[in-house]
Design a protein around this ligand. Structure first.
Ligand code: UD1
Length: 339
């Protein structure tokens, strides 16, 4: 079965392409390379043994999307990753975020309107803001978004729910990711931040390898065991497999409409615990200092993943040490073999 993967050369997209092939699907990638590198296609080929179909264009181009759909009527599912995702940038450039994230979603939905397709949407635990109850379940209220980026995830979920409620032929699952980290076991694909990494784990690995001088821990006075923020880190391969599980669930005749799932491990780690796991699993000492809190940061969040376990029949299998050692192996690979 052909599955369209938008943003398929990105961090999560590339790992999902590999897992789709492992599960017997035939992925077709669209990516505009705005936050990826075409050589990731070669890297994917080294893992799966062939180059998957790849189309380079911007999904905001409605005509290009329509032409693609006309030429590819045999798509049975869509996994939609393509979106801008830098929280800080979205505050500076809200129109870029609203334009990219909504035009692309709407164009792709319109292009395949009327076809009975299974649609997986990349959402985020950011929709919960600071939850009142932890671990947070899918029924927890969606809190006012802290950034235009977060708002695009909330509104995109609403768009998809409305489309399904209007009797569309689409089946939709939104996956609310917690914090994706780590890299493929082969170390051939991983996260490729452009410029200075905004996220914790690539900043850790770039510091450990000497690309950055020092990591700053954003705050140690939070109401957590060691004072640093807590997140639910999830290995990107486990996360990629959740997309396959979502497709499989929608392929069953009993699934109709729209559903949403938390995709995390269900366990939270503080920033200092992540650093310590990195040091222990890699044997590298990390140069870090405690700094002031980052504005807009949530104090603590981790997910209740019982709904995913029961209904998606999916569960994260890789622990924090594997997350750190695989991220480190990828950092070493990409430093020795720059794309
Ligand atoms: C952020 C976004 C989230 C988005 C995700 C996408 C915010 C508030 N949230 O998640 O909506 O879906 O990125 O990747 O921006 N940290 C440090 N030092 C650093 C970097 C991070 O201490 O140099 C800490 C942060 O304070 C946080 C944790 O590490 O506690 C994880 O940060 P990060 O990787 O940026 O992810 P989130 O902020 O959780």
């Amino acid at each position: 079965m052909k599955i369209l993967v938008t943003g398929g050369l990105g961090f999560i997209g590339s790992h999902t392409v590999v897992e789709l092939v492992n599960a017997g699907y035939d992925p077709v990638i669209i990516d505009d390379l705005s936050n990826s590198n075409v050589r990731i296609l070669d890297q994917i080929a080294k893992i799966i043994g062939y180059k998957p179909a790849f189309h380079e264009f911007d999904l905001c181009d409605a005509k290009a999307v329509k032409d693609f759909a006309a030429n590819n009527p045999d798509i049975s599912g869509i996994i939609h990753f393509a979106a801008s995702k830098a929280v800080g940038e979205s505050v500076q450039l809200p129109l870029k975020y609203y334009r990219n994230n909504f035009y692309s979603l709407i164009n792709i939905l319109q292009a395949y309107e009327g076809s009975p397709l299974n649609f997986v949407f990349s959402s985020s635990c950011t929709v919960y803001g600071q939850p009142d109850v932890l671990p947070v379940t899918e029924d927890a209220p969606v809190k006012p978004a802290e950034s235009p980026y977060g708002n695009t995830k909330q509104i995109a979920e609403e768009i998809l729910r409305d489309v399904v409620a209007a009797g569309s032929a689409y089946k939709v699952i939104a996956l609310r990711y917690f914090n994706p980290v780590g890299a493929h076991d082969s170390a051939m694909i991983g996260e490729l931040p452009i410029g200075v990494p905004q996220n914790l784990v690539p900043f850790i690995t770039q510091t450990a390898i000497g690309k950055r001088e020092k990591l700053t821990v954003f705050g140690d006075k939070y109401d957590t065991p060691d004072g640093s923020c807590i997140r639910d880190y999830i290995h990107v391969v486990d996360l990629a497999r959740a997309h396959v599980a979502a497709l499989k669930l929608m392929e069953q005749s009993g699934f109709n409409g729209y559903d949403v799932f938390n995709i995390g491990t269900g366990k939270g780690y503080t920033v200092l615990e992540v650093i310590s796991a990195f040091e222990q699993s890699t044997g590298k000492k990390l140069n870090y200092q405690i700094g002031p809190p980052r504005s807009g940061d949530i104090e603590k969040v981790w997910g209740d993943v019982s709904k995913s376990t029961q209904k998606l029949h999916w569960k994260a299998e890789r622990d924090i040490d594997t997350m750190m050692s695989s991220a480190w192996a990828w950092e070493n690979y990409i430093t020795q073999n720059p794309l």
